[in-house]
Design a protein around this ligand. Structure first.
Ligand code: NAD
Ligand code: UD1
Length: 333
């Protein structure tokens, strides 16, 4: 297939582009580089031998994106582009609504105009709000998001549903990611935020590499076996293959479809720390602190729908992801 990948130089996008190219798809990347770097394109070439075409374009800018659509005939779009920092979204909600919603609406308008009928969208487990039960299933209620970032995901899922309902022949698939971690085994691609990381894995990797002194564990008084928060950590390469498999969903009858992408297994903060220590034969100093506001005790996926319908079976362990994340961070300045 010929695919337009928005946000394709970002963390999950870049790994997915590798998986797509390796499977023989043709990829065109559009990214405004607000949270990634152009040299990712060269790194993709080093891994796959193929340099995807790259456009530095803001997906919310109709003129720039129109040029891309008029120069290529795409079979489908994979839409990663978006802002994703939870705290920043609380401080600057309009920036998040403007960027994430405008970019999606502009993209859908051009898809309709140019007859590009299929879209895969990067949604998040955050749309489930505070889970009533775990594991989370796709049919569980969504809503009750606790920050504007999460609410953009909820709104975009609704926009996609309305769009395909109004435009027969168009199909949309929302992939609800749980907690993506790790890096490409080549150490060329990974996640290294420019500020102090908010998410646990890049934070631990900075501690492991001596760039931060210790991990602050956000609470050990949750109703979980060791009192720390439980999440479903999925290796970013497994997530990448999940997108490859999800392209199959465009052949199904549903105009709108949703899949959880996780591993189906929860890991606590302290278990993660210990796996990281074992994987890399080092110690992670940590201090137990108060809970982080907005955090939930436990979130992990039921992935049986993705397994049965798409053949999604994660191959990497959390320990593998700890190893890859460490090695990637070690290479960063
Ligand atoms: P990322 O920031 O590394 O990648 C997003 C990319 O989109 C970046 O390269 C950024 O430059 C680009 N971008 C942002 N706004 C743009 C715009 N208007 N036009 C063009 N490019 C734009 O983030 P990621 O972790 O790779 O996440 C990819 C997608 O998955 C995002 O939509 C994110 O919200 C979603 N998601 C991520 C996680 C996670 O834990 N990383 C979890 C659930 C969902
Ligand atoms: C967070 C976001 C979520 C977003 C996801 C991916 C919040 C409340 N949720 O999910 O909306 O989709 O990132 O970007 O921010 N932890 C520590 N110490 C740290 C960092 C984290 O103990 O320094 C703990 C957390 O309390 C949690 C677990 O580690 O139990 C995972 O945290 P994190 O990586 O931030 O992901 P989520 O909170 O699941």
């Amino acid at each position: 297939m010929k695919l337009l990948v928005t946000g394709g130089t970002g963390f999950i996008g870049s790994h997915t582009v590798v998986a797509l190219i390796e499977a023989g798809h043709e990829v065109v990347i559009v990214d405004n580089l607000v949270n990634s770097q152009r040299n990712v394109v060269t790194k993709i070439k080093r891994i796959t031998g193929v340099k995807p075409l790259f456009y530095k374009v803001d997906v919310a800018h109709e003129k720039g994106l129109r040029k891309v659509f008029s120069e290529h005939k795409f079979d489908a779009v994979i839409h990663f582009a978006g802002l994703k920092a939870v705290d920043e979204s609380v401080e600057k909600p309009l920036m998040y609504y403007r960027n994430n919603l405008d970019s999606t609406i502009t993209l859908l308008e051009l898809m309709r105009e140019f007859g590009v009928k299929n879209i895969l969208f990067s949604s998040s487990a955050t749309v489930y709000g505070t889970p009533k039960r775990v594991p989370l299933k796709e049919e569980d209620p969504i809503g009750g998001t606790t920050n504007p970032y999460g609410t953009t995901k909820l709104f975009i899922e609704q926009i996609l549903m309305d769009f395909v309902a109004a435009n027969p022949g168009f199909k949309a698939v929302s992939l609800r990611y749980f907690n993506p971690i790790g890096a490409h085994p080549s150490k060329l691609l990974g996640e290294s935020p420019s500020d102090i990381p908010n998410n646990i894995m890049p934070y631990i990797s900075r501690v492991a590499n001596g760039k931060l002194s210790h991990l602050n564990v956000f609470g050990d008084d949750y109703e979980t076996p060791d009192g720390t928060g439980i999440r479903d950590y999925v290796h970013v390469m497994d997530l990448a293959y999940g997108h490859l498999l999800a392209l199959k969903a465009f052949e199904f009858d549903h105009a709108y479809n949703v899949y959880n992408l996780g591993t189906g297994k929860g890991t606590s903060v302290l278990e993660l720390v210990h796996l990281y220590e074992k994987a890399n034969r080092l110690k992670i100093p940590y201090v137990i602190g108060p809970r982080r506001s907005g955090d939930i005790a436990e979130s992990f996926a039921d992935i049986s729908k993705a397994k049965t319908e798409l053949g999604f079976v994660p191959q990497y362990t959390v320990k593998d992801a700890c190893r890859h994340a460490y090695l990637f961070e070690k290479k960063q300045k």
